[in-house]
Design a protein around this ligand. Sequence first.
Ligand code: ZN
Length: 353
Amino acid sequence: MMSGVRVQTSVAAAATRRQWLARAGAATALAATTGGMALWPEVRAFAQQVSDFIEGPPMKDIPAQQLSRHVWMIYAEDGFPTAENQGMMANIIFVVTSKGVVVLDTGASLQIGQMAIRMIRKVTPLPVMAVFNSHYHGDHWLGNHAFVEAFGKELPMYALAHTAEQIKGHEGNLWRSLMERWTNQATLGTKVFAPNRITQHGEVFKFGDVTLKMHHYGQAHTPSDLCVEVVEDKVTHIGDIAMENRIANIDDGSYPGTFKYFDEISKAAGEQLWVPGHGKGRKDLLHTYGTFLKGIWEPCLYAVKNDIPMEKAKDLVLKDARVASRAKTMAGFDSNIGKYTSLAFLEAEKEAF
Ligand SMILES: [Zn+2]
C-alpha cells in the first residue's frame, strides 16, 4: 500500500491533478491488493489493464517559436524533470517543408508529444512525415508514442543504429520508468516506441523544399549522437552534444570525443545556428560550450600527466577561469561538477597511457 499512500498525499498539490491522481491512487491500491493474490492471474491481468488506461494529465500548451524560414522550436524552460514541469525539459524542433512536417526529437512523454502535435497544428495543417531522434536519452524520444498514435506505426522514425538498439533494449524501459518517477507519475501512460528506421552519417533526405543532412562524428555526449542539418536554413539540431546553460550528462560520453565532434561538424556544416536539446540556439554555441568543457578537461589532463591526484585536480578545475565564469549561472553545475570532473580525470588517465 506504500505507493498508494504516497500518491494520495500529493493529491493536495493541484486541483487539476486531483482527478488523475485519485484514479492513479485507486489503481495503485488495486495493484497492491492484487499483489497479495499473486496466484489469481485474471485479477492480476485486470489490474494491468487498469494501469494501462491511466494517463498523466495533459501537458500545458507551449506555443512554438520560429527560428528560421522552415524551423520552429517548442522551448523547454527547465533543464531537469520535476512533477511541476511534467518532464518538459528538452526542446522539440520541427521543420515545416512544402510537403509536410519533420520532427527532431519528440519530448519526454506521450503528453508532451501530444502537446507538440497541437502546437504543430497551430502552424500548419500538413501531416507529420518523419521523426528523427538525436540519441537514446528518454527526454528526446519518449514523445514518439504521441506521433505513432496520431500518424500510425508506419510513420518513419529515424535514429543511428546504436541509438535504436539502446531504446529497444534496456535503456528504453529504464528511461520510461525513470521519467515517471522524476515527474511523480505525470508521464504515466507513455509507452516505448523505438525508431523504426536507421540512418547514418552523410545521408541526405529531401522533404519537399527542404534538405536534411545527417552528421555523426563518433562518441561525444553518447556513442551515437545524431545531428541534423537543415541545409537551406543554416540551422543544425545538435541534441545534447552542447548545451546553452546546463551542464551536460557525460556518463556515456567523451571529452576529447566531444572536441573532435565539434571540430568536424563545424568544418562540415560551416556557420550554423546550433540548436541544442536544452537551452536556446546560438551561432557560437560549440565555441562557448567547448570552452567550458576544456576548462574541465585540460586541468585533468595536466593533473594526470603531473601525478596530481584527483581531489587536487578538482580544485584546479574549479579555479579554471573557463569553468569559474560559468559556475554561478549554469543549471546543474553544483550537483554535477564533481562527478563530471571525476569522469574527465578517469578519461585523461586512459588517454595518457
Ligand atoms: Zn542526453
